[in-house]
Each structure stands twice: as structure tokens, then as C-alpha cells.
Design a protein. Structure first.
Length: 502
């Protein structure tokens, strides 16, 4: 059987795959025997990209150009062939005629395969059908494709394959490329936004002797030389606030975090965040800055505040709603936590709407407020909203509100029932911070694997004095999901964590 008997750009049956692979290897062997090994070519200089030619056709018409890219389709098998060449900027049609390139080059091209990578030179023209194309004068095989691509009309439809073989997904689906262009542009946008405001970008350790900065289950590894266990970071917060103490008054870090928790459409074991901190600011400043980061990007890059996400129409127009956690619970459940005079009243009220405390956790007013929000309210938040004044029990690094010490100067931004950011007026009282660490240690000793550890060095840093500070953590992956209109975190990670096939 010859591979030429198989229709171009069709996905082979499983029983034919090994035969197709052998055919392509035989073609490579023939090229090598003829002294034409494509893998021996080290460099190819091009003068234009597909998008350049499409955008500047009137200037480039009848001008010679040199392109390189992957053959994605071809039409005609007589004395002339049209083919689609895909490069880093898009796709363009090329025209190869035997009389122009010579019989040997033309025959070699005919024997080639979809997926081969070529370098071509020729002049720009427009076909009778009005399609901008390149009339080739020379064709060079730069890399041989030894595996067939998926069928072009159906593309790569299996999600498992898209995530496991992202390189194949990028070849076949321009929308995937666009998603990661949005991601790259958004990260550049955040850097530019902060750099213009005098922030310094830094790097802090990924491996730590103490787990801290958030409540989460960590990954644990071992350092052989030191013979100690180390925790992969679950947050960058405590190191960045040490830098505030050290006098770097505006500081940020973009980096990977690692949490040994469940996986779903919003969670991957490793993910990307940015945390930034500003001395002499508070959580209201962080609120303003987060809204600006999202809305400016939507305006300038997407060209609109109106987007579709997870089946909902989202309006990102500046001026987002704000409400306290207690107000949100009252709005969506009818429970008024500020009317309760005891934890027992809160327990009864929470039970009346089916809210239960996690096993082994003693109920308090703050814990019950948080659980009512988490279990009954968060899923109902569609349009952008800042939920403020979180309970003290779930906010170990936030300052207490002056008007009510049961809650803190903290907010989380929610869009389409997804938490997008988390910010505080940072606690800078070392005595209070020590007490909160001790409460976390007690929870950990009682079996809560997500509770934090005592960090004596961080308390010592606060004892030297940290100015009033506003800080925020932003989930970059979720923001990209929003801005690119993707429903799963795996769609916005180039290489999401996958269970091994074996």
C-alpha cells in the first residue's frame, strides 16, 4: 500500500497508522540516500510572513519574497499545485509549477506530505479567484513530517489529545494560538501597568522550609544534601511583605504556585498568579487597581467591555459593584448575620438553609458567615462584584475593620461565580500576627492539613516595622479564561497537569 493512495489530510485508521509511519520513514531514507537530508539544514532566512503579504499586497505585488512554514493542504496533482503554507503569523497560498521550479523539485514536492516544513521563494500575485498567493521559483524541504496530521475539516476534537499534545493542537487550531496570545498580552499588560507606577518586579523562593501565605495543602519534596523536607510555595505573600519591611515600597512577582488539591475546571496543581504590594496603600487602592487592570485590557486589547463567558453575558464596564459578605448573604439567602447575638443563633440560621460546617470545625459567627457565602452565595455572583469584609477566622493576614473587629479589610473579586483576586489591608501588627499564626497552628494540630504554620522570621520582620500596606493576589489563569472566553483552566495552560496514560 502507498500513502499516496490515502486522501490528503485525512486521519488514518488505527490499523493503517503504522504503515503510514513506515511510508514516511521510507521517504526520509530515500532523501538521505540521495544526499538531501532535510534535518541537516541548519538555517533558512526568510524575508516576509504570511500576514505581511496579506496586509501589504498592493506594495508587495510582483515583488520577490522568501517564506517558510508548514504545508497544511494542497490541491491539484498535474503540472501545477496550489498549497497552503502556515507560518507564525497565519497562512498563505503558494503556487508551484513544474516549468518554474524544475522537474526534480516539482516531483520532490509531489512526493512530500502534509505537515512537511518548506522554505519557498517567489513573487507575490493574486489568482483569478482573487486569492493573494506566492508564485514559487524555488522550494526547499526544511523538515520532514514523519506523522500524519489530523483531518483538517474536523481538526483536533479530542480534548485529552489537545491537552496532552498541545503542539498538535497549536498546529491545527488557530483559536488555540489566539488564546495564548491573549495570555501573553495580558501578562505584558500587567507588567506595564505596574512598571509605569513605580513597582519593582522580584523573584522569591519556590522551595520553603515553612508553608505559609495561604490555607492550602502543599506539595512536599526532600533536599538530599540538607536532609530536610521542603514545601513548594503555595503563595508568595510572606516573602514579598518582607521586602516591604526592607524598604521596597512597591513590589510584585509573577510566578507559579503549587497546591496539592483537587482538580476541576478552575483548579490545576500548578498555576500562575501575580501578587503585588504597596506601602501606604490599603485594600481600597487594590480594588481600584484590579478593576483598572481588567477593564483597561478589555478596552484596549479586546476592544469591548462586553464579553461572553461560561454561557453568561458579562459587562466589564468600570464602576463594579461592591458589597460586604454579610450584605451578599442577606441579599441571596435572607439571613442577616448582624442581627445574630450569638454563635448559636448563627448555627440555627445556617442550618435553616442547609449550610453545614466542615467536619471537626467548631462553629463561630465568622466561620458560619463564610460558609453561608461559600455554599449558597458564590455560585450566584455573575456580574463583576467586590465582596468585602471577610470574617477574621478566614483572613489571617488582613487588618481588622475599625468598625467591627469580627471582620477584616479584605475583598475578593468575583465574576461569573469565579474568584478572580484576593486582597487585604495587610496586617502589620506583629503581636496580632503571632496570635493568628498560633490559631492556624492549633487548627493544623487538630488535623486541618490546609492550615498555616508558625513563621517566626516573618513575625520578626514585622517587629522591625512594616508600614500600612495594601496587597493583592490575582489568578492570571482565571483572568485569561475570562478574557479569552474559555471555560476550563486547561484551555489556558499550555501544558496542564494530566494523569499518565499508562
Amino acid at each position: 500500500m502507498s500513502e499516496n493512495n490515502i486522501t490528503e489530510n485525512t486521519e488514518p485508521q488505527e490499523e493503517n497508522l503504522s504503515e503510514i509511519l513506515q511510508i514516511r520513514r521510507d521517504k526520509l531514507a530515500a532523501l538521505v540516500d540521495a544526499g538531501q537530508n532535510p534535518f541537516a539544514i541548519t538555517k533558512f532566512t526568510r524575508t516576509a510572513y504570511s500576514a505581511d503579504i496579506h496586509a501589504n499586497f498592493e506594495t508587495l505585488e510582483n515583488t520577490d519574497v522568501t517564506l517558510a512554514g508548514r504545508i497544511m493542504a494542497r490541491r491539484g496533482m498535474g503540472k501545477a499545485i496550489f498549497a497552503d503554507l502556515a507560518d507564525d503569523k497565519g497562512k498563505i497560498q503558494i503556487y508551484i509549477r513544474r516549468d518554474d521550479v524544475g522537474e526534480e523539485t516539482f516531483d520532490a514536492f509531489k512526493k512530500g506530505d502534509i505537515g512537511d516544513i518548506l522554505g519557498v521563494s517567489g513573487f507575490v500575485f493574486k489568482t483569478k479567484m482573487g486569492e493573494i498567493s506566492v508564485h514559487c521559483k524555488s522550494v526547499t524541504l526544511l523538515s520532514k513530517s514523519l506523522r500524519p496530521l489530523p483531518e483538517k475539516y474536523h481538526g483536533l476534537t479530542d480534548l485529552e489529545t489537545k491537552y496532552r499534545q498541545r503542539y498538535l493542537d497549536l498546529i491545527m487550531d488557530p483559536e488555540t494560538r489566539r488564546t495564548f496570545e491573549v495570555r501573553s498580552a495580558f501578562i505584558r499588560h500587567i507588567r506595564r501597568y505596574l512598571d509605569e507606577r513605580g513597582y519593582m518586579e522580584v523573584e522569591t523562593p519556590v522551595l520553603n522550609t515553612i508553608m505559609g501565605g495561604a490555607n492550602a495543602r502543599p506539595f512536599v519534596t526532600h533536599h538530599n544534601t540538607l536532609d530536610i523536607d521542603l514545601y513548594m510555595r503555595i503563595a508568595t505573600e510572606l516573602h514579598l511583605k518582607r521586602l516591604i519591611v526592607g524598604g521596597i515600597e512597591r513590589v510584585y512577582e509573577i510566578g507559579r504556585l503549587f497546591r496539592n488539591e483537587g482538580m476541576d475546571t478552575k483548579h490545576n496543581p500548578e498555576f500562575t498568579t501575580i501578587e503585588f504590594y504597596e506601602a501606604y496603600a490599603d485594600y481600597n487602592d487594590m480594588m481600584r487597581m484590579f478593576e483598572e487592570i481588567i477593564t483597561i485590557f478589555a478596552r484596549d486589547y479586546l476592544g469591548t467591555y462586553e464579553i461572553e463567558w461560561q454561557g453568561e453575558h458579562i459587562n466589564l464596564t468600570p464602576g463594579w459593584a461592591k458589597m460586604t459578605m454579610a450584605e451578599a448573604v442577606k441579599l441571596h439567602t435572607g439571613l442577616d448575620f448582624y442581627s445574630f447575638t450569638s454563635a448559636e443563633d448563627a448555627v440555627k440560621a445556617a442550618a435553616s438553609i442547609g449550610v453545614k460546617m466542615p467536619d471537626g470545625k467548631a462553629p463561630s459567627w465568622g466561620d458560619l458567615l463564610y460558609e453561608c457565602f461559600d455554599q449558597r452565595v458564590e455560585e450566584k455572583l455573575i456580574q463583576p462584584v467586590f465582596i468585602t469584609e471577610h470574617p477574621l477566622e478566614v483572613s489571617p493576614f488582613a487588618k481588622k475593620c475599625p468598625h467591627d473587629p469580627r471582620v477584616t479589610e479584605r475583598f475578593e473579586a468575583f465574576i461569573c461565580h469565579s474568584e478572580m483576586s484576593n486582597a487585604f489591608s495587610e496586617l502589620n501588627d506583629p503581636l496580632d500576627q503571632r496570635e493568628r499564626f498560633l490559631r492556624q497552628v492549633a487548627l493544623r494540630n487538630a488535623g486541618d492539613a490546609e492550615a498555616g504554620m508558625m513563621d517566626e522570621d516573618f513575625v520578626a520582620a514585622l517587629e522591625y516595622g512594616m508600614p500600612p500596606t495594601g496587597g493583592i493576589g490575582i489568578g492570571i489563569d482565571r483572568c485569561v479564561m475570562l478574557l479569552a472566553g474559555k471555560s476550563s483552566i486547561r484551555d489556558v495552560l499550555l501544558f496542564p497537569t494530566m494523569k499518565p496514560l499508562d
